[in-house]
Design a protein around this ligand. Structure first.
Ligand code: DGL
Length: 264
C-alpha cells in the first residue's frame, strides 16, 4: 500500500504530520527530516530548491503516492519551481494557509511571519494578492523563534522581549489576521497571541494542509480504504536521537525507531 510522503528541514514538520495522521488515520506515512542540513530558513533559494528535489527523490523511492512539503521555507522557494515536475501530486503549506487567512480577515490587513527565506521569497504576499489584491500584507522574519522552540524556550522574559521586537511592525499595521508561516511557530502561539491581542486570528495551516491532502487523494481515488491504522515511518539525515527527543513536543507523542539515511 502506497504512503503519503512528508518532508521538512527537520523536526518542525511533525506539526503537519500530526494533523495528517489525525485526519487520515488509515494512511501509511513516510516522514523525512533533513536534520543534517537544517536550518533551511537562512539558506539561499538555489540551495533550498536543490535540497527539496533530493528529498522528493528520496521519498519517491519509498513508494509514495503524494508528497507534502511541510516546511514553509521549502514551500516558498521550491514549490513554484518543482510542483509539476514529478509523477505524484506535491502540495505545500503556503496556499492552504493563505486561503484560510484571506477568508478570516475582515479588515483586509494580514500579517505574515516566517523565516528569513520565507519572508524574502514574498511567496505568501504574492499568493495573498492573487486571491485578493485589496489585502495589505505586513511581513516580518522572526529568525530566533526556531532555536527558541527547539531549545524548549516557549515562554519567559527573553522570548517575550524578542517576540515584542519582531512583532512590532505587525502590531502597528493593525492586522486582524496573522499567518504563522513556519513549522515551529504554533508552539509559540500563547506568546504571539499575548503580544498581538485576542482580537487577532492566528492561522496555523496544518489543519488546512491535512484537509487538502485528503481532498486530493479522494479526488484521485487514492485514499486507503483499509480499516487498519496506517504505519508511520520516520527517516532523518542525521542525529535520530535528537529528532526523537524533540518529536514529543511537536507531535504530541513519542516517535521511536527513527532511521538515519546516509545518502539522500
Ligand atoms: N521548517 C522551517 C520552516 O517552516 C523552519 C526551520 C528551518 O529554518 O529549517 O520554514
Amino acid at each position: 500500500m502506497k504512503s503519503i510522503g512528508i518532508f521538512d528541514s527537520g523536526v518542525g514538520g511533525l506539526t503537519v504530520a500530526r494533523e495528517i495522521i489525525r485526519q487520515l488515520p488509515n494512511e501509511n506515512i513516510v516522514y523525512f527530516g533533513d536534520t543534517a542540513r537544517v536550518p533551511y530558513g537562512i539558506k539561499s533559494r538555489e540551495t533550498v530548491v536543490r535540497f527539496s528535489i533530493e528529498n522528493i527523490l528520496f521519498l519517491l523511492k519509498q513508494d509514495v503516492k503524494l508528497i507534502c512539503v511541510a516546511c514553509n521555507t521549502a514551500s516558498s522557494f521550491a514549490l513554484p519551481v518543482i510542483k509539476n515536475n514529478f509523477r505524484v501530486p506535491i502540495i505545500g503549506v503556503i496556499t492552504p494557509g493563505v486561503r484560510e487567512a484571506v477568508y478570516a480577515s475582515q479588515n483586509k490587513r494580514i500579517g505574515v511571519i516566517g523565516t528569513k527565506g520565507t519572508i524574502k521569497s514574498r511567496t505568501y504576499e504574492t499568493e495573498i494578492k492573487q486571491l485578493d489584491p485589496k489585502v495589505k500584507v505586513t511581513a516580518a522574519a522572526c529568525p530566533l523563534f526556531v532555536p527558541f522552540v527547539e531549545e524548549g524556550w516557549t515562554s519567559g522574559d527573553v522570548v517575550l522581549s524578542v517576540a515584542r521586537s519582531y512583532l512590532k511592525p505587525i502590531a502597528e499595521a493593525g492586522v486582524d489576521t496573522v499567518i504563522l508561516g513556519c513549522t515551529h511557530y504554533p508552539l509559540l502561539k500563547p506568546v504571539i497571541q499575548g503580544i498581538l491581542g485576542k482580537q487577532v486570528t492566528l492561522i496555523d495551516s496544518a489543519k488546512q494542509v491535512a484537509f487538502e491532502v485528503k481532498k486530493i487523494l479522494a479526488s484521485e481515488d487514492m485514499l486507503n480504504r483499509s480499516r487498519r491504522s496506517g504505519k508511520h515511518k520516520f527517516y532523518v539525515s542525521d542525529n535520530p536521537e535528537w529528532f526523537s527527543s524533540l518529536a514529543q513536543r511537536f507531535m504530541g507523542r513519542k516517535v521511536a525507531d527513527v532511521r538515519k539515511v546516509v545518502n539522500v
